[in-house]
Design a binder for this molecule. Structure first.
Ligand SMILES: *Cc1c(COP(=O)(O)O)cnc(C)c1O
Length: 410
């Protein structure tokens, strides 16, 4: 209080976010409730995090049960939940081994260190540069902002961490031209989330796989946003029929508890011996209990088919929406339940109009509105989303009409 009297005006919480002035008290499935009982359809899902929605009974039970036993020990001891989670992920993916983190950026930090260390261990320490793609997002640490190369996130934080080369997304010739004797690997999001819900074609991923094999470099996937069922497969690269050497995972894997992982083949991980990497919290018992509970649901028979069916129905509805609101919606993008609406109006207008209708969605670059519902939504939520989208678009159109009339009168 004393400091406030001396004229300090900065927010008590560092003001690095443009926050929406809404406070939620509780959530249930795809719905969020404010204290005064207002209900919002949550198609933000914590930015693709709450894959099973809010307060999923199985996750709540897993967390509370673990909370009564053991929260945290240290990675100097064995953590059974982590061993179990690792074995299950190994069973379900390309990976032979993995490192657990608390976030996506940390999973990518591990991936970047691992790629450099792989070549160091192979006798080629000069192979330490990673090719990444314009429009990418890999997190907000110094290495991950340099990896993505987005000027907006790098500004004022120099010197930029060296070791990254950038090429246009989807441009195979540019990738080929960027490979040098110093290249360690290629890092790509199979579907760019933040960058505007842009999909790399599956054939492009296959071509990158071939290039990596031909040059003895590592294919590194960032599936932090598009993984864990979001595209209708456990991991998006499965659609392409390829496997990476290293993959960063987070967001959905914890269902809302902070969990990340860096998955790798035995070969790619060969430099990561005892003492080369660590984390105090990464993979602690609370986190591991929740992530195992997420896998119970997501890896159950029929779950991915259900996501694909839901995605198909939502996509159909969005096509209708675009047909009836061509002045607002320019394009529908994405895979599965990682969907984007590129708009003719500023995307922030549609986001605000949807909020007024009781629906929450995040934006993305390229003037895109993202739709990232929990993977568990059903017909009721699809209908509710469509009703709100339709109403928001109608409102925007009437605003455009008024503006046009005013313009004509002036
Ligand atoms: C969110 C995100 C990250 C960063 O994850 P954090 O948990 O915020 O560090 C990295 N890559 C992609 C593709 C993401 O969507």
């Amino acid at each position: 209080m004393k400091k406030r009297w001396r004229g300090v005006v900065i927010d008590p919480v560092l003001p690095t976010y443009n926050r929406v002035n809404l406070v939620f008290e509780r959530g249930e499935g795809a719905w969020l409730f404010t204290r005064d009982g207002q209900r919002y359809l949550d198609f933000t899902a914590g930015i693709a995090v709450n894959v099973l929605g809010h307060a999923h009974p199985h996750l709540v039970a897993a967390l509370t049960e673990q909370a009564g036993k053991l929260w945290h020990i240290s990675n100097v001891f064995r953590i059974e939940g982590g061993e179990r989670l690792a074995n299950r992920l190994i069973e379900a993916t390309f990976a032979d081994t993995m490192f657990f983190t608390n976030s996506g950026a940390e999973a990518l930090e591990c991936a970047i260190k691992m790629a450099r260390r792989y070549h160091f261990a192979s006798g080629h320490p000069e192979r330490n540069r990673i090719i990444a793609f314009n429009g990418a997002f890999h997190g907000r640490t110094l290495a991950t902002i340099a990896a993505a190369g987005n000027a907006k996130y790098l500004e004022g934080f120099g010197p930029d961490m060296p070791g990254f080369d950038h090429v246009p997304f989807g441009d195979l010739e540019a990738v080929k031209a960027a490979i040098t004797p110093e290249t360690a690997g290629i890092l790509i999001e199979p579907v760019q989330g933040e960058g505007g819900v842009r999909s790399a074609s599956w054939s492009f991923l296959r071509e990158l796989r071939d290039l990596c094999d031909a040059h003895g470099i590592l294919l590194m996937l960032d599936e932090v946003q598009c993984g864990v069922g979001r595209t209708g497969r456990f991991f998006a690269h499965e659609w392409a029929g390829i496997t990476p050497d290293i993959m960063a995972v987070a967001k959905g894997i914890g269902g809302g508890f902070p969990v990340g992982a860096c998955l790798a083949t035995e070969e790619a991980a060969k430099g990561m011996t005892a003492g080369t990497h660590g984390s105090t919290y990464g993979g602690n018992p609370l986190a591991m209990s929740v992530a195992n509970a997420v896998l119970d649901v997501v890896l159950a028979d029929g779950f991915m088919e259900q996501v694909q069916a839901t995605a198909g129905r939502l996509r159909q509805k969005l096509a209708e929406l675009k047909d009836s609101h061509p002045q607002v919606i320019a394009e529908i993008r994405g895979e599965g339940l990682l969907l984007g609406l590129r708009t003719h109006v500023p995307n922030t207008d549609l986001i605000a109009a949807l909020r007024e209708e009781g629906m929450l969605v995040p934006g993305a670059s390229d003037n895109v509105v993202r739709l990232l519902p929990p993977l568990t939504i059903g017909d009721e939520e699809i209908e509710a989303a469509f009703t709100r989208l339709d109403a928001a678009c109608t409102k925007i159109e009437s605003g455009l009409k008024v503006a046009a009339v005013k313009g004509a009168a002036a």
